[in-house]
Design a protein around this ligand. Structure first.
Ligand code: MG
Length: 384
């Protein structure tokens, strides 16, 4: 155990290891190796052109899945270091948590889930796991990235009981109602802090939200007033940035202080003791949780359902629908390597397998690739 890590931090020594045994890395920890494999994966690079809330071509300043994941990792690492947790594991989970996201954000995932309803459904957390366990083809000895149990456990944030039963050891915690590592809990909260704040920033920049609307949101208003006090003449971009950075800070500090208190009173002496806690130990205070949830509701109502976002969502649904229907009914439209996947999965699971291979192909697409594929299938003037 490194000097800087607490007894409840994940360590190489306490790790449950990798599915395929490999020699230990010489100059890195196991979790550094996980992080490095994620950064070098193809799915990670594709996050650059996947929608967070705003589709890529709406503007170059908006967050994408890639910059979102980097922000999650930044917030996660700061919290992990301060709580003497394993920073590398938190970083690995943060960078990988959205690898399974479809093109076009939540609209894309909902559409794919809809068309997969008779074939086991589609869920982006499970898909992130599929990416690192199966879909990446980079290593001679195995499919996927062969990450440690702890990284995979962290990537699988949520899971239905039905799916959990299919997942062996990894699904056990959902059945036994156990907790994941503290590092996974940190990455989860860092995700929530990152998107709540950057969606406000993007929403204001894009003219989807106004400061007037946000005056009823205490998390925003407190920091708005503070910035007014300190810099009465400030406006525009700088004012918004000064507010947002204080909002992030307020939430991170609350999370740190409250989690530290909970860690001190529960005093888990190992990672397994963390797993056996009745509740996550990394959490906001009740007061902040309330404000955070209120802000989430505000964003759902005013940003995610904004008519311009909604129009894009509808277009995304049409695109996914059309791609799914075309590829599922005629798998020869797929590139050869994906046809091979169709064959392999169909041998194993028939129609369910065929649908899964099509879903894997679509989920892996970037927004612009999905749009190009759609054009190629529908516009006779487009080349194949
Ligand atoms: Mg996320």
């Amino acid at each position: 155990m490194s000097k800087t890590e607490a007894p409840y931090a994940a360590t190489d020594e306490q790790s449950r290891g990798r599915r395929y045994e490999e020699r230990s890395p010489k100059f890195r920890s196991q979790f550094q190796r996980d992080r490095d494999r994620i950064v070098h994966s193809g799915a990670f690079r594709r996050l650059e052109y996947k929608t967070q809330v705003f589709v890529n071509h709406e503007g170059d300043m908006f967050r994408t899945r890639l910059t979102h994941s980097i922000e999650v990792a930044q917030i996660g690492r700061a919290i992990a270091r301060e709580l003497q947790l394993n920073e590398d594991l938190t970083e690995a989970i943060s960078l990988a948590h959205d690898l399974g996201h479809t093109p076009f954000g939540h609209a894309g995932q909902d559409a794919l889930n809809h068309y997969m309803r008779d074939y086991g459904g589609f869920e982006h957390n499970l898909q992130s796991l599929r990416v690192v366990e199966e879909l990446e083809e980079r290593y001679a000895d195995f499919n996927g990235l062969n990450l440690t149990f702890e990284s995979r456990e962290g990537i699988l944030k949520h899971c239905s009981l039905e799916n959990a039963k299919e997942l062996g050891v990894l699904g056990e915690r959902f059945i036994k109602k156990q907790q994941p590592t503290l590092e996974a809990q940190v990455a989860d909260m860092a995700d929530a802090i990152a998107y709540n704040n950057h969606d406000i920033d993007d929403g204001l920049r894009g003219g989807f939200l106004t400061i007037e609307q946000l005056h009823n949101e205490p998390l925003f208003e407190e920091q708005f007033e503070e910035v007014q006090r300190q810099h009465p003449k400030l406006d525009g971009r700088r004012q918004i940035h000064e507010i947002i950075r204080r909002m992030i800070n307020r939430q991170v500090v609350d999370l740190l202080l409250h989690s530290r208190e909970r860690l001190e009173s529960a005093a888990p002496e190992s990672v397994d003791a963390v797993r056996n806690q009745p509740e996550p130990l990394i959490s906001f205070s009740d007061e902040l949780l309330e404000l955070h949830t209120q802000l989430k509701r505000f964003l759902r109502k005013n940003l995610y359902r904004h008519y311009r976002v909604h129009r894009m969502s509808i277009k995304a649904q049409h695109t996914i629908k059309s791609l799914f229907e075309a590829f599922f009914s005629d798998t020869q439209l797929l590139p050869p390597e994906d046809q091979l996947r169709v064959e392999n999965y169909s041998d194993e699971k028939g129609e369910m397998g065929r649908a899964r291979a099509v879903a894997d192909y679509i989920a892996g697409m970037t927004d612009r690739f999905a749009i190009t594929e759609y054009r190629k299938l529908h516009h006779p003037e487009e080349l194949t």
